[in-house]
Design a protein around this ligand. Structure first.
Ligand code: NDP
Length: 245
């Protein structure tokens, strides 16, 4: 049981972020929940507290560097340390390039790449001062392989892996700061709700059915990485449903 440590989770209002918040709270972390939908954060805080954990929330848009900084500062002020950041917020409006969904390309770059960078910018100075901390960035199997319709989404998730490993290599070896990439395959969440390209939705529906991962499976992987002793840095976890090619 980890006591007295604080974990910030972005995208905590749904799916993987929500499951991770509950899991880390159950492990004894004080969790600071971040997302834009306040009603969901309020509900999650209540649920975590009813289960015996502790949580706060702050409505945060990860595409704002200022809001991300304010989130980290609020956590630090209340709890004294920021021990874990899970940069999880993300969007996946897959589309074929020739549909020219430029607004969706922009949104993915803003949330999936800049959001991760702003999270790093918000906590890195704090963790360097503490000389400890753990940053986990959620990439994807799509950050390893590209398929038709995933060009921009994959681009953002490849970027997350590049940024994460670059950061990991630059950490001062005398600091106990760890960086982990988590790359899930298909997980049953609300992520596909952002897809507006009807051809992609048709291709999805025509695909072979399979048993997808649950958000809890990814929460378990994140929990495994953060619970390792300080000398162990789990660099990356690549996790697919058994039936996913
Ligand atoms: P969900 O759609 O269930 O959750 C996405 C979360 O991101 C929501 O909590 C949403 O909160 C948050 N979010 C989106 N935009 C912003 C923003 N601008 N500021 C703050 N929060 C934001 O999807 P998942 O749980 O599946 O996705 C979580 C991560 O996992 C993503 O990075 C995704 O790319 C990655 N992933 C998911 C896979 C899957 O199959 N589901 C596979 C591989 C990776 P709100 O709208 O309230 O702001």
């Amino acid at each position: 049981m980890t006591k007295g440590k604080t974990a910030i989770i972005t995208g905590a209002s749904s799916g993987i972020g929500q499951a991770t918040a509950k899991e880390l709270a159950a492990k004894g972390y004080h969790v600071l929940l971040a997302a834009r939908r306040e009603d969901r954060l309020v509900e999650l805080k209540k649920e975590i507290e009813a289960a015996g954990g502790t949580a706060d929330y702050k409505v945060t848009d990860v595409t704002s560097a200022d809001q991300m900084k304010a989130l980290a500062e609020a956590g630090l002020e209340k709890n004294g340390t920021i021990d874990v950041l899970v940069n999880n917020a993300g969007l996946m409006p897959l589309s074929f390039m020739n549909k020219l969904k430029v607004d969706e390309w922009d949104k993915m770059i803003d949330v999936n790449i800049k959001g991760v960078l702003y999270g790093i910018a918000a906590v890195l100075p704090i963790m360097e001062k503490q000389k400890s901390g753990h940053i986990l960035n959620i990439s994807s199997v799509a950050g390893h392989t590209i398929f038709k319709g995933s060009a921009v989404y994959s681009g953002t998730k490849f970027a997350v892996r590049a940024i994460s490993d670059g950061l990991r290599q630059e950490i001062d070896p005398s600091d106990e700061i760890r960086v982990t990439i988590v790359s899930p395959g298909a997980v049953e969440t609300e992520l596909t709700n952002t897809i507006t390209d009807e051809d992609i939705m048709t291709a999805f529906k025509e695909g072979k059915p399979m048993e997808m991962l649950k958000a809890q499976d990814i929460a378990n992987a994140i929990s495994y990485a953060v619970e390792q002793p300080a000398h162990v840095d789990v660099n990356e976890i690549l996790i697919r449903p058994r039936q996913q090619p």
